[in-house]
Design a protein around this ligand. Structure first.
Ligand code: 13P
Length: 254
């Protein structure tokens, strides 16, 4: 059975104290067993990782994630953080290929492929993001675009490596806009991603891969989104900054 996951990407928000308070509120509000046996992942900025880890340590179903890692192991890369460093501070998951990295930091599929490899080599689970712009969606090119991102970012992995990866489909036009993709659009794209995985890695691996949706997930739409057969949870931005909203989303599996 593939895993249900709710991941909260705080992006570049919250002071350390605010982050500690938010993490401890989530811990206090998440019961030991969530519907659908979901795992909660908190993904704060780098400098919050250790203080947040201290807050969530006692919670069995809450893990720590990072928002990015370097595509290099070590050396003269000012401002970068390696996958091994993240592993050292107790990180379990790392986001790779978020559209904001692609857009604002010019990171392309080749860099994402390297980051995915580095993350896996360090023992981290990559949450590999993909998703199209509004322009691409309007041109009806979204499936081709996303399939290219996945092919170039992930298909260099062995079957064993791929079996550890989580995928997040985040259409750029739905991120932070309040406009969620329709349930039908989400299910169609998730199905198409799973079919790609089947072709490349076989049915068993594809069935085991968790595919999350991201883009204006809220307590009001989470239940319907997560009820789709190929939607295994969410990568949540804005709503993860409010403990109650985030925990309501985490309780939205059937
Ligand atoms: P929002 O939930 O704010 O739309 O952000 C989604 C996202 O980018 C999560 O990584």
């Amino acid at each position: 059975m593939r895993k249900n996951i709710i991941a909260g990407n705080w992006k570049m928000n919250k002071s350390i104290d605010e982050g500690k308070t938010l993490a401890s509120s989530v811990v206090n509000m998440v019961s030991s067993k969530l519907p659908g046996d979901a795992e909660v992942i908190i993904i704060p900025p780098f400098v919050h990782l250790t203080p947040v880890k201290d807050q969530i340590e006692s919670a069995l179903n809450i893990s720590l994630g990072a928002q990015n890692c370097s595509n290099h192991d070590s050396g003269a890369y000012t401002g970068e953080v390696s996958a091994n460093m993240l592993r050292n501070v107790g990180v379990k998951y790392v986001i790779v290929g978020h559209s904001e990295r692609r857009e604002f930091f010019n990171e392309d599929n080749a860099i994402m492929a390297e980051k995915t490899t580095k993350a896996l080599a360090a023992g981290l689970i990559p949450i590999f993001c993909c998703g199209e712009s509004l322009e691409v969606r309007k041109a009806g090119e979204h499936e081709k675009f996303v399939s290219n991102q996945i092919e170039e970012g992930l298909f260099h992995l062995s079957l064993d490596e791929m079996s550890k990866v989580v995928i997040a489909y985040e259409p750029i036009w739905a991120i932070g806009t309040g406009e969620t993709a329709s349930t039908k659009q989400v299910q169609e794209m998730h199905r198409s991603i799973r079919l790609m995985l089947m072709d490349q890695y076989g049915d068993a691996a594809a069935e085991e891969t968790s595919i999350l949706y991201g883009g204006s997930v809220k307590p009001e739409n989470a239940e319907e989104l997560f009820s789709q057969s190929d939607v295994d949870g969410g990568l949540v931005g804005g709503a993860s900054l409010k403990a109650q909203d985030f925990v309501d989303i985490a309780n939205s599996f059937k």
